[in-house]
Design a binder for this molecule. Structure first.
Ligand code: KG4
Ligand code: ZN
Length: 356
């Protein structure tokens, strides 16, 4: 018998992705088809278009990953798919493909939580501990901004999250106000690098709130007022100088990052006190922070978290930039479910929405 091989499928939002991953974590083949050009003209992901695009791409993407790995269906040990959370139509395409292949090839099916997978990307960093859990996990993506106490890779306790917009969503909305190309987060980050982060004093909402919740909609509104004054809805005809754009981006990014870092520091401080003598033992507190999701690719966030880790003395692992945004490689977490005998039935249904 050959090596144990997993086919991982991801279609929660607007990337269609597949990967073939060996039990030891080696990625033998992978493919991502992005839909950026399809959604660009609308300034955001259009669910119906996303679902249709997934449908067209899912089989070629799986084929590409399998061919790259030089693997046939009968060689597989299991098939994994993200069944939650995400856009209903998008999730459905991946889940139906996975169920069909599992039935056709008679392989066990594993259902993944996409958010758990985002954090598991930290386990895939070169030099990470063999078991990176327990840890405090921060997920910052287009749909989520949440803190978890991760007891194991697949047992996560929700601590708190955004009560309105996600951090990535705020990046994307500010980008839209400034008429930057879609997807906007990375464009805002690029301009921010050349701007003055103190040009505008934007609110750091809930930064002093002792809980683990976030709020970014007030910041978004403050940015809107700063560039257009109250009341304006249509930004397409607004003339904004390049310097103002750079300064708005820098000041906005600083506000988001300050809040994220402050909240992480507080969560870690609270949890490491639980068991000071062995902070990373199972069932106790933890002195380790793991960070994943699209916004975790942000350089200012990475830099400031690193500085906080050094200052406060906690361990920090941030997913590598290419594994921050959606991908199927982080579906390696399926091996943890495999080991725990957690398989999904062939009548597996999707769990859409923005659940935790
Ligand atoms: O995890 P992801 O690919 O999709 C979701 O599951 O939501 O995250 C995408 C989000 C988008 O909002 C995008 O603008 C943001 O991550 N993003 C960034 C950067 N790269 C991607 N935000 C800030 N700085 C970046 N460098
Ligand atoms: Zn994601």
């Amino acid at each position: 018998t050959g090596p144990e091989l997993l086919l991982s499928i991801e279609s929660t939002c607007d990337e269609t992705a597949a990967a073939v991953i060996r039990r030891d974590g080696t990625v033998l083949g992978q493919c991502i088809a992005t839909q950026e050009t399809l959604h660009e003209q609308f300034g955001g992901v259009v669910p119906e278009i996303a679902a249709r695009a997934h449908l067209e791409r899912i089989l070629p993407v799986i084929d590409t990953a399998m061919n790259q790995a030089n693997v046939r269906g009968e060689d597989l040990t299991a098939i994994a798919v993200a069944d939650r959370p995400g856009l209903a139509g998008s999730l459905l395409v991946g889940v139906v493909a996975a169920k069909t292949l599992a039935l056709a090839w008679n392989k066990p099916l594993i259902a993944l939580n996409h958010l758990h997978a985002h954090l598991y990307a930290c386990q895939l960093i070169d030099g990470a501990p063999d078991d990176i859990y327990p840890a405090i996990g921060l997920i910052v993506s287009g749909g989520h901004t949440s803190l978890y106490h991760c007891h194991t890779a697949i047992e996560l306790e929700y601590l708190g999250g955004t009560i309105d917009d996600a951090a990535g969503e705020a990046f994307d909305k500010v980008a839209a106000m400034l008429s930057l190309p879609f997807p906007g987060g990375i464009e805002v980050a690029k301009l921010a690098m050349e701007g003055n982060d103190q040009a505008y004093s934007f609110p750091r909402s809930m930064i002093h709130d002792p809980g683990d919740n976030f709020s970014f909609s007030g910041l978004k509104t403050a940015v809107r007022y700063a560039i257009a004054g109250p009341g304006r809805q249509d930004f397409s005809t607004l003339e904004i100088s390049d310097q103002v754009k750079r300064d708005v981006c820098a000041s906005f990014e600083a506000a988001v990052v300050d809040v994220l870092v402050a909240k992480c520091r507080r969560a870690i401080k609270r949890h490491r006190n639980r068991n000071a003598s062995s902070p990373n033992e199972p069932g106790s507190g933890t002195n380790r922070l793991i960070v994943g999701g699209g916004v975790a690719a942000n350089l200012r966030l990475r830099r400031d978290l690193q500085a906080a880790a050094e200052k406060d003395g906690f361990e920090l692992w941030i997913a590598p930039p290419h594994l921050c945004t959606d991908n199927a490689v982080m579906g390696a977490i399926a091996w943890k479910k495999y080991e725990a005998d957690q398989f999904a039935p062939l009548d597996l249904d999707i769990t859409p929405g923005l659940q935790r």
